[in-house]
Design a protein around this ligand. Structure first.
Ligand SMILES: Nc1ncnc2c1ncn2[C@@H]1O[C@H](COP(=O)(O)OP(=O)(O)OP(=O)(O)O)[C@@H](O)[C@H]1O
Ligand SMILES: [Mg+2]
Length: 242
């Protein structure tokens, strides 16, 4: 039995015939920010959804706090401390900001996050709490999705594509909250297509290429060439000139 906070071992996940995650292993430690990077279709969302219990695995294991969770239903994983900010935010668009947050609060574990704490993190929220979710900008919606996940008081927060479709200034602001979140004792696993962002915030980085691990390490040890090769594939130089 491993002492890892989250241990993913030899995980393989299929969508029908397609192998989206192929024999992937890694671990996340308590209190760290772990970045999973990779190009379009690399299998990042499939992997995150599998950890959250929204996607069935083909083989392998996922253990969290020393317990095998790969057969645990998603709502039980939330109770056990795993929460996902899904790709594309997935807010309830015809519900208000506050009602969307209450969805997270409803499933809450004991912990530091309540609505007041979320309103402290996002001071623009209280005045607009009765506005409908679809009326917010992409960055605001991402913040609401993040707030909703935090309100479950997870120990492991999974964030799928924090920066997708957002303006750089907005991305910077949301990224600035990650250290605040970690300070509260959470571990964060973040999926990023924006490599610089992912590598910048993480203590460890793992790269997927067509479902397989192509690189894994500590940012300081990784050259940008090695990351680029792992991200785009070994034949990068032969395709670059075309
Ligand atoms: N529900 C699904 N049914 C069938 N195939 C799927 C499904 N979801 C994903 N796939 C396929 O699985 C592979 C991995 O997709 P996935 O969404 O996990 O990648 P990703 O790394 O998150 O990509 P992106 O950066 O575009 O979000 C892709 O080939 C994709 O087309
Ligand atoms: Mg994805």
């Amino acid at each position: 039995m491993s002492n890892d906070f989250l241990a993913v071992n030899n995980l393989t996940v299929h969508h029908g015939q397609l192998c989206a995650v192929d024999d992937v292993s890694f671990s996340v430690q308590r209190g760290e920010v772990f970045a999973m990077i990779g190009a379009n279709g690399a299998g990042k969302s499939t992997l995150m959804r599998t950890i959250a219990g929204l996607q069935k695995l083909t083989s392998g294991s996922i253990s969290f706090k020393g317990q095998e969770i790969s057969l645990m239903p998603p709502h039980k994983r939330v109770k056990f401390g795993v929460s996902l900010v899904p790709e594309g935010r997935r807010l309830f668009s015809s519900m208000t900001l506050e009602e969307n947050l209450q969805v997270g609060e409803f499933k809450s574990n004991k912990g530091p996050f309540n609505i007041h704490r979320i309103y402290e993190l996002f001071p623009w929220m209280p005045d607009r709490r009765r506005q409908l979710a679809w009326q917010f900008s992409g960055g605001e919606q991402q913040s609401i999705a993040l707030g909703r996940a935090l309100l479950t008081n997870p120990e492991l927060l999974l964030i799928d594509e924090l920066s997708l479709g957002l303006a750089p200034i907005v991305i910077e602001k949301i990224y600035a909250l990650i250290p605040e979140i970690v300070k509260e004792g959470l571990s964060v696993m973040i999926v990023e297509q924006d490599v610089a962002q992912g590598v910048g915030v993480a203590s460890r980085v793992h790269c997927l290429l067509e479902g397989r691990t192509s690189l894994s390490g500590v940012p300081a040890d990784l050259t940008s060439e090695a990351i680029e090769r792992a991200y785009f594939g070994a034949d990068l130089n032969s395709t670059k000139d075309h």
